[in-house]
Design a protein around this ligand. Structure first.
Ligand SMILES: Nc1nc2c(ncn2[C@@H]2O[C@H](COP(=O)(O)OP(=O)(O)OP(=O)(O)O)[C@@H](O)[C@H]2O)c(=O)[nH]1
Ligand SMILES: [Zn+2]
Length: 336
């Protein structure tokens, strides 16, 4: 089992070795034998909303879980009042082993980890082609987080009515990432949702993107009407506006199996926690070439065996360039 690094108190995480991977299992022996299984849909100030059968149950973490936090997408075991009635509170007694884990640090200098989403199959990186301008470094950083966490990336390029997609697609050609391009007209006609949905059926997809790229508009087109996320409204009771956007929120995909997990808009995507070896794992054409690298090779230094590997024709030089570009995004720069 592959374990995540020392920066985390999550002790039972592994990167999914293959799509069919083993079902997540709990690592602790069952104590609450009567517990029901659920999935965490959202987390708000210590209250976790979980789906149990077809009921929405609000729960809190049992004390026995210690510091371990359940996050959106987690498979959990619950006990207590599971009726889902108003003002009831269940307890989460177990968190299942995670098949993937999307994480970010607020900042690379900030070692505190903010876990975003567990168990997603896919990371949809939403980028507007204009308004706001695309930020390739942010895309690259999201890609690194996806590879690190065991998620398959999907590029979603919005607002093609404002600017063409070609330049950006050129930049990612060597990475061979699936992508979709959407425009305002396609969005209104419902075509955008159909095109995107082809990539989502029966999968759990986390959506990330800079604020303003059209992420919420798209996610709302993908989920049933009654489940849509409302934004920009201030709650009359709490006086808080848009508080749901501080946490990720899992929503069922309309008309098919699968889940869409909307996440709050990101300005930066800190990668303090990333282990380069997990990123390199996403480059199986280059990985064997590293055998002859010097110890602790950064793969971007004289003596790195990858130059020779590519020169001998084992892999496309553009792939090595892309890998180096991704690894370099772990260094923080102004504006990341
Ligand atoms: N021209 C154009 N505008 C779009 C498109 N998709 C979304 N928009 C507009 O872009 C603006 C931002 O869309 P949102 O869906 O609120 O963006 P968001 O990414 O969720 O942003 P936050 O809610 O701040 O995280 C809205 O005014 C949308 O109408 C598109 O394909 N083309
Ligand atoms: Zn190397």
């Amino acid at each position: 089992m592959r374990r995540y690094g020392k920066h985390t108190d999550e002790d039972d995480v592994r990167v999914r070795p293959n799509r069919k991977g083993n079902r997540p299992r709990t690592s602790i022996r069952p104590k609450h034998e009567d517990a029901a299984e659920g999935m965490v849909l959202t987390v708000d100030r210590g209250r976790l909303t979980c789906l149990v059968d077809d009921r929405t149950v609000v729960a809190m973490k049992a004390r026995e879980l210690g510091r371990k936090a359940a996050v959106v997408g987690d498979r959990v075991d619950l006990v207590g009042d599971l009726s889902g009635h108003k003002d009831t509170l269940a307890r989460i007694v177990r968190i299942g082993e995670r098949a993937s884990l999307l994480r970010r640090t607020a900042d690379d200098d900030d070692p505190y980890e903010r876990v975003v989403v567990a168990n997603a199959d896919q990371l949809a990186i939403v980028t507007a082609l204009a308004d706001p301008e695309p930020r390739p470094r942010l895309i690259d950083r999201c890609l690194v987080a996806a590879y690190d966490g065991g998620l398959e990336p999907l590029l979603v390029l919005t607002k093609s009515d404002l600017a063409p997609a070609s330049a950006l697609l050129d930049l990612y050609g060597a990475l061979d990432i699936p992508y979709v391009v959407t425009s305002r007209d396609e969005l209104y006609a419902g075509e955008a949702a159909n095109v995107v949905r082809e990539h989502l059926d029966d999968r759990i997809t986390a959506f990330v993107g800079h604020s303003g790229v059209g992420k919420t508009t798209l996610v709302n087109a993908l989920v049933p009407e009654g489940k849509r996320r409302t934004t920009g409204r201030v709650n009359a009771v709490t006086g808080r506006g848009r508080h749901t956007t501080t946490s990720a929120l899992a929503l069922p995909l309309a008309g098919a199996g699968g889940w869409v997990i909307d996440t709050p808009g990101v300005r930066s995507f800190g990668l303090h926690h990333v282990d380069p070896s997990r990123v390199i794992h996403a480059f199986p054409d280059l990985e064997p070439g590293m055998e002859h690298c010097p110890r602790a090779c950064s793969h971007d230094e004289p003596g790195c065996a990858l130059d020779d590997w590519v020169a001998r024709g084992h892999a496309d030089p553009a792939r090595l360039y892309s890998l180096r570009r991704l690894l370099a995004t772990r260094e923080r720069r102004e504006g990341d």
